[in-house]
Design a protein around this ligand. Sequence first.
Ligand SMILES: C[S@@+](CC[C@H](N)C(=O)[O-])C[C@H]1O[C@@H](n2cnc3c(N)ncnc32)[C@H](O)[C@@H]1O
Length: 427
Amino acid sequence: MKPEQTLTRQDPRPPGATNLERRVKRQAWAPEHDLFAVTAPGLEPVCAHELVGLGADEARATPGGVLFRGRLDSLYAANLWLRSAGRVLLRLKDFRVRTWEDLLRQAASVPWEVWLGAGAQVRVRVALHESNLRHEGRITEEVFQAAANRLASLGLKPPRLIVGGGLEDQEDDGGDQAEAPNANGDQPPQTILVRGVDRRASLSLDGSGAHLHRRGYRLAPGPAPLREDLAAALLIFCDYDGDQPLLDPFCGAGTLAIEAGLIARRLAPGLARDFAFTAWPSFREPTWRHLRKQAQAATLPAPPRPIHARDVSAPALEACRANIRRAGLEGQIEVQRADFFSADPPPGPGLVVINPPYGHRLGSVRQAADLARRIGQRLRLAYPGWRVGLVLYRPEWAADLGLTQVRTLAAPHGGLKVSLLCGEVPA
Ligand SMILES: C[S@@+](CC[C@H](N)C(=O)[O-])C[C@H]1O[C@@H](n2cnc3c(N)ncnc32)[C@H](O)[C@@H]1O
């Protein structure tokens, strides 16, 4: 008996499944794709640096993120490893748009069955900037309809459009809970992004789901937390790799110290969470398992050099300890109640990373400038030879710090534009 005959009779898969598998292979796994790591504005070069470290081809920083090319396993790895990105998109189409029909034709030519599971919940998000395209509502409907028609024509359960909510990039600064399957066992929604700029438009699919800063450890946010992607970006910008002592003297909920712990232990930030791509019909569980196993094997049991988290506030330290525990770093970060202006530095030199308690109100700008100056004085007095990473609300304050080798990067934080500064205290 020929092997194919056995396969045909015993194959439990529904009719059309082999076709779909073939399509998945051809459309999803064989080609390289254009991938896009979305970042907070300003963090693009840091993310490009990370992607190059991950072995990505042609990582090119552009406003809002980093374009790179790769097969689907590169998208998996980027989600698993990127610390400074917000999400990773798969670009489905990139096209010149003159008329409405251009959009319809392009949307209809996407092999949606490879990307959207039968009956998937789908959001469409539209971002237009001086685009030939107009009417966001109509774009949403037409793109969704193209996907629904394609699935229906293949005898697959069409997706369901959900309205409202969406990517948290703009509005999210807080919570850490990834969207989980609901009580009916539905997978979390998939998000299609339609972007129109001038005469070009693109269709992308979000591979991440919840924002990548949601590592899952920070349930206790503290009073003015730094977002995880921003904290990691400051550390990466300062070339922190765990091989030198680190101090976070204004630690609050501990984000900088914890991100440092993850970097020092080579712990992939995405190991403990779920991603939207795991619900794509093209998802390959063995590939994903292999990447996770590799990541686990690369993890060090402890940071090679000490990490210190300090704060004057007892409740902040309580939140910090809880977050450290949830991040799996218990006993690996030394937490201590201490005033930066009077406590001695830990043995060093190393890297001191500072997110000072600036007030947000206009009246407090002078106080904040004064605080930055006092921090500079303390650093010069007690931390000679240390390197410094600092969140600064006004770039012009950098001159008062008395640091050398200063580099800065603009980034958004809590609705403000701040500077991430990296420098050295003269020895
Ligand atoms: C902006 S918050 C830090 C937020 C932190 N990066 C996080 O992600 O949660 C500033 C912290 O500095 C602490 N602080 C204020 N004055 C201090 C001082 N003199 N020495 C040490 N910590 C201080 C506050 O208690 C507060 O927790």
